[in-house]
Every structure is written in structure tokens, then in C-alpha cells.
Design a protein around this ligand. Structure first.
Ligand SMILES: [Zn+2]
Ligand SMILES: [Zn+2]
Length: 455
């Protein structure tokens, strides 16, 4: 009901405290909707870097350092912020946590505490209004709109971050976030290039500013591209998707459909040949004694999800096919009536008590017109099932589409039993569609009937 007050909205009493994000954006107030600090970090700083790059020559050593530092800071987000702190998919020793908190801070994407809280909300409330970067609000919104535009923090779904508050590294990084950003985002990469080979300005512009821009855009793709591009092998009810391109861009976070299904698995890619350098880094750190308790879902559980999704796809495909009128919806015919109609020129053939109108098919019968005509007006069950020719699975399927009635009489009990089987639960999919498996068509006899008198 539209008149019912929304619990998540402020009540009338405190309307003066309405968050700007909950008001209509107009020509006059649009600038109030913008988070200018984030605009400066995400858009302003990169633009300044691009401008400076015009007169700062790029040295080879600086370029290589910028790429290396790109990977370090990117892994700070993927292996640190994401898989360690947001999902606890493994445990890390203190030196490794300090290292990840530092390089992750160098990616300039907020503190671990803030990032992981939003990310947990994203997993818990995927695609809903409580998802801080719901792709349902648009691809651009999920990429950076959610940071550029102000959000009412009360709208973001609640999550438990008590574990993060107990991690002194997380708390320290949160309290000293600006120092970490300046130190690891700009000063450290500049120092390495400056002290290393005297390229102070290049280190600042390329390994600092522009590298930040690339790391940000790459890891933002986990929220946008990974919810937009690719396949859904495990569940298609929500937006997360798997794609190699997203994986390449995000240091292996591109198998996002898997990730949303099994978020506490330290892997995103489960096949050895899939690109997941974050997983390889965590694994290597384990060998070095820096990481431990790497969590992994049993392949039995993973394959169950995959099979269920495949089954869903098959059900959808099956529903589009013509499997013939269900037996219990067919009219009951007297045997004499059946014979009579055939005599009057209607191409009816009874197989296993089911009457089929093959009038239009006689000329197309692969075994020739004469063969099919010889069965008209008779009980052709045996002929069809090996007496003359043991018809293929395809033939039984095709035959079912020509059903027009069911014979009353001798075969009745048998036929109704089969009709019940065809309608019983175990041969229906979850949408209620009948599942007709190969060899289980009602017209099919379990064993070929021997050619006693084929002629
Ligand atoms: Zn996601
Ligand atoms: Zn995640």
C-alpha cells in the first residue's frame, strides 16, 4: 500500500533530518546530492594526473614500477579488503595483515572497515535497495555513481562487523586512513622511484596518481561489470556473473557468480586454467607461512549448485517444446469408433492404446507409405515396437505430438496406469512440466516385440 509509511524512511516528526539522498534531485539542489570529496578522489585527482602526464616524461623503470605497484595495491583490495576482511575466507599473520592494510590503503578506496561493511551489505542484500552498489540502479551507478552521489547511510543494509572492530590492524588503518592514503597512495611510490632512479615527479604522477586511477577503475568493475557481463552457472536469480574479461580486469574477481554463491571460499576461480592471481597470491602466502586456514567449499557442494542451475535451464528449454497433449486430457474413443473413422479415410493409428492422427504424416513416413497404412485402424503397438520395425526414440517423440485420443477397452487399465505415471510427481519438473525421458514415452514397449508375423 502506497499510503503505508516506509519503515526505512524517517518519520514525520524528524522530517527536518531527511537525508539529502532521500530528496528529489532538482536543478537547484543537485550539487547537494554530490559527494564532492569522493568526486575529488575518484575524478578530480586522475584528471590532474592526466594533465601533469603531458609534461612529465614516462621512464621505463617508472612504468614497470607503476605496474608492479598497481598489482600490489590491487591485491591489497582483492586479497586483503575483499577476501580476508570482508569474507574471512582465510586467516593472515600480523605482518601480512599490516602489509595488506597498507597497500590496500594505497588503492584509495576507503578504509577496510568502511569497505568491508558495505561489501557485506552488498552480499547480504544483493540487488535490493539495501545493496550499497546495486546494479539494478544502473551499471554506472554500481561502478562509481554510488560513491559520487551521496547515499543515506541508514539505507544501507545492516551488517555485523564486530570481528573487524576486534582486529587492531583494521582499527588502526581506519583511524589513520588519511595518513595511509597519502603515505601509501602517493609518497611511497614516489619515494621508490625517486630514491631508486631519481624520477621523483614521474613516481608521483605515474606510480602514484595514475596508478591509483587504474586500480580504482579496475576494482570498481567487481561491482559493475561482474554484475552485468557473463554467465550464471550457479544461480541466475540475482545479477552476479562469471566472465574472463572481468577476471582479467579485477585480478581474478571475475568469477562473481561463483563468489556470491560461495563467498567464504578463498578462490573465485575454481579451475586451474582460470585467471585468479588473487587466489595464487593467497596460496603462495600460505606456502610462505603468512596465511593459513584457507577456506574452500567441497566440490560436491559446488557441483550440486551447478547441476541445479543446469536443471533449471533444461526445464525452461523443455517447457518450450511440444510433447503432445497429456493423456488425461485426450478424449476416450471406442474401438469401433476408431475403426470406423479409419474406414472413412481418417489416418488414425492406435499404438499402446493411444490413437494418433497420422493423416498428414503418411507421405513423410521414413519407412514408406505402405508400411504406415498397414497399421491404420489396427492395434499397431507390436508393429511399431519391433514387430515390423523397432522405432527410434525420435519416432516415439514425434508420434506423441499426433495424439488425438485414448482407446476404451482392453488396453484401458494399462493406459490409465501409464497416464498416471506420466502425471505423477517424479516425472514433473519444478514448474510442473512433464518430463518425458528417452525410452519412457507411453507408446514405447520396454523390450522390442519379436517379429512373429511381421508380414
Ligand atoms: Zn557482487
Ligand atoms: Zn565479495
Amino acid at each position: 500500500m502506497s499510503s503505508k509509511p516506509d519503515a526505512s524512511r524517517p518519520r514525520a516528526a524528524d522530517t527536518k533530518k531527511v537525508h539529502i539522498a532521500d530528496t528529489q534531485m532538482t536543478r537547484h539542489n543537485w550539487y547537494k546530492h554530490v559527494n564532492w570529496l569522493n568526486v575529488a578522489f575518484i575524478i578530480g585527482v586522475p584528471i590532474s594526473g592526466c594533465i601533469q602526464a603531458f609534461w612529465v616524461p614516462l621512464q621505463l623503470k617508472t612504468a614497470i614500477w607503476a605496474v608492479i605497484y598497481y598489482f600490489f595495491t590491487g591485491l591489497g583490495i582483492t586479497a586483503g579488503y575483499h577476501r580476508l576482511w570482508a569474507h574471512c575466507s582465510y586467516s593472515a599473520t600480523l605482518p601480512m595483515r599490516i602489509w595488506l592494510a597498507l597497500v590496500g590503503g594505497g588503492a584509495v578506496e576507503g578504509s577496510i572497515r568502511w569497505w568491508a561493511r558495505d561489501h557485506r551489505a552488498h552480499h547480504r542484500y544483493t540487488d535490493t535497495d539495501k545493496d550499497p552498489y546495486s546494479v539494478r540502479k544502473g551499471l554506472l551507478y554500481s561502478h562509481l555513481g554510488w560513491m559520487v552521489m551521496k547515499q543515506n547511510p541508514k539505507r544501507i543494509g545492516r551488517t555485523d562487523i564486530t570481528d573487524l572492530n576486534e582486529d587492531p590492524v583494521v582499527v588502526w588503518q581506519h583511524r589513520n586512513y588519511i595518513k595511509v592514503v597519502l603515505g601509501m597512495g602517493l609518497i611511497f611510490p614516489m619515494l621508490v622511484a625517486g630514491l631508486g632512479w631519481g624520477d621523483w615527479y614521474g613516481g608521483f604522477v605515474y606510480a602514484g596518481i595514475l596508478r591509483i586511477f587504474f586500480v580504482q577503475q579496475a576494482t570498481f568493475c567487481v561491482n559493475s561489470l561482474a554484475h552485468w557481463l557473463g554467465d550464471q552457472p550457479f544461480d541466475d536469480r540475482n545479477s552476479p556473473r562469471d566472465h574472463i574479461i572481468t577476471a582479467l580486469v579485477t585480478l581474478g574477481e571475475g568469477y562473481h557468480n561463483f563468489h556470491h554463491e560461495f563467498p567464504s571460499d578463498y578462490r573465485n576461480a575454481i579451475e586451474w586454467h582460470q585467471y585468479d592471481p588473487t587466489k595464487w597470491t593467497i596460496w603462495t602466502c600460505k606456502q610462505l607461512g603468512l596465511a593459513y586456514d584457507l577456506k574452500q567449499f567441497r566440490s560436491n557442494e559446488i557441483e550440486k549448485g551447478r547441476v541445479q542451475q543446469l536443471q533449471k535451464k533444461i526445464d525452461q528449454k523443455r517447457a518450450k517444446l511440444d510433447w503432445g497433449t497429456p493423456l488425461d486430457q485426450l478424449p476416450v474413443m471406442e474401438w469401433d469408433d476408431y475403426v470406423e473413422q479409419t474406414k472413412n479415410g481418417r489416418g488414425l493409428i492406435s499404438i499402446a492404446g493411444v490413437v494418433h492422427d497420422v493423416t498428414d504424416f503418411i507421405k513423410d513416413h521414413p519407412g514408406g507409405k505402405a508400411m504406415i497404412k498397414s497399421g491404420l485402424g489396427k492395434d499397431a503397438t507390436a508393429m511399431f515396437n519391433g514387430g515390423v520395425y523397432y522405432h527410434s526414440n525420435g519416432a516415439h517423440n514425434l508420434l506423441s505430438t499426433m495424439r488425438v485420443g485414448v482407446i476404451r477397452g482392453g488396453g484401458e487399465v494399462e493406459i490409465w496406469k501409464r497416464a498416471q505415471k506420466e502425471n505423477s510427481e517424479y516425472v514433473r519438473d519444478e514448474t510442473g512440466q512433464r518430463i518425458i525421458r528417452a525410452g519412457q514415452q507411453v507408446t514405447k514397449m520396454p523390450e522390442p516385440i519379436p517379429t512373429a508375423d511381421a508380414a
